[in-house]
Design a protein around this ligand. Structure first.
Ligand SMILES: O=C(CO)COP(=O)(O)O
Length: 258
């Protein structure tokens, strides 16, 4: 808790492997990420790791003696029932998952997930004692003056955030990952001025919540990104550029700097 009685916002960094790695590659990567956990802990940084569903149980075992928080890339909103092919949030919690990602741009785009779906999932995640990592972001980068693009991005993110915040208790911990859709899978992250201004605007939307609300940036992030964004964001959500574990180590070191 901060001196004002608000939950402390520790910096946080993590990566999702999406669907990129084989099981064997994931197992090797898990060992590497576990070896970074003492550094992250010493620097007071939360480190999370989100493998594919099939790897969750072996990863839970491999990470049991580390401080790495295990994540899942999605889940269903019901715990039990006739929902063929879905993944129960209760089972994720039972497997040792602490953070569940919802609403990633790829799920919204390819699998047609709506804000309502994302909100139902976030509520189920909280109910099962885990933290929702909610991905939000605008689809296109509006042309014209910087302030217009910032305003358009905040306007597009607002209902994405509201749907979730209306569905979870006010004191629930939530992580928001601001990931402009146009910056995912790109060669470089979104322009720092844009991200800083948007995240400042998003913070205004969650001001006054009792639950810890951290905001990360994601979208082609890597070494050098946090330094440019640190006045606004609580950390980074990495994709491809964390596949080289040395990059993740560099990011952790950069985040440990004051
Ligand atoms: O979508 C992302 C993280 O969720 C970011 O992926 P990339 O860093 O590969 O663009």
């Amino acid at each position: 808790m901060s001196p004002l009685g608000l939950p402390e916002r520790r910096r946080i960094v993590g990566t999702s492997l999406k669907c990129y790695f084989s099981l064997a590659q994931t197992a090797e990567y898990t060992r590497a990420i576990a070896s970074l956990s003492p550094t992250a802990s010493a620097l007071n940084i939360d480190l999370f790791f989100i493998p594919d569903f099939i790897s969750i149980s072996p990863c839970a075992t491999a990470l049991a003696h580390s401080s790495v928080q295990l994540g899942a890339q999605d889940c269903f909103w019901e715990d039990r029932g006739a929902y063929t092919g879905e993944v129960s949030p209760a089972n994720l919690a039972e497997a040792g998952v602490k953070i569940v990602e919802v609403g990633h741009a790829e799920r919204r785009q390819i699998f047609r997930e709506t804000d309502k779906d994302v909100a139902l999932k976030a509520a189920a995640i909280v109910k099962n004692g885990m933290v929702p990592l909610v991905c939000i972001g605008e689809k296109t980068h509006a042309s014209g003056p910087v302030s217009a693009a910032v305003g358009a991005a905040i306007t597009e993110c607002k209902p994405q955030i509201k749907a979730v915040m209306d569905a979870v208790p006010d004191d629930a911990e939530v992580i928001l990952a601001y990931e402009p859709v146009w910056a995912i899978g790109a060669t470089q992250p979104a322009n720092a001025d844009h991200v800083v201004a948007v995240v400042q605007g998003l913070r205004g939307l969650v001001e006054g919540r009792r639950g810890l609300t951290r905001i990360l940036y994601g979208g082609s992030a890597g070494p050098g990104t946090f330094i440019q964004l640190k006045s606004a964001v609580d950390g980074l959500f990495l994709g491809r550029f964390a596949h080289d574990i040395n990059n993740l180590e560099r990011v952790i070191q950069e985040m440990g700097e004051p």
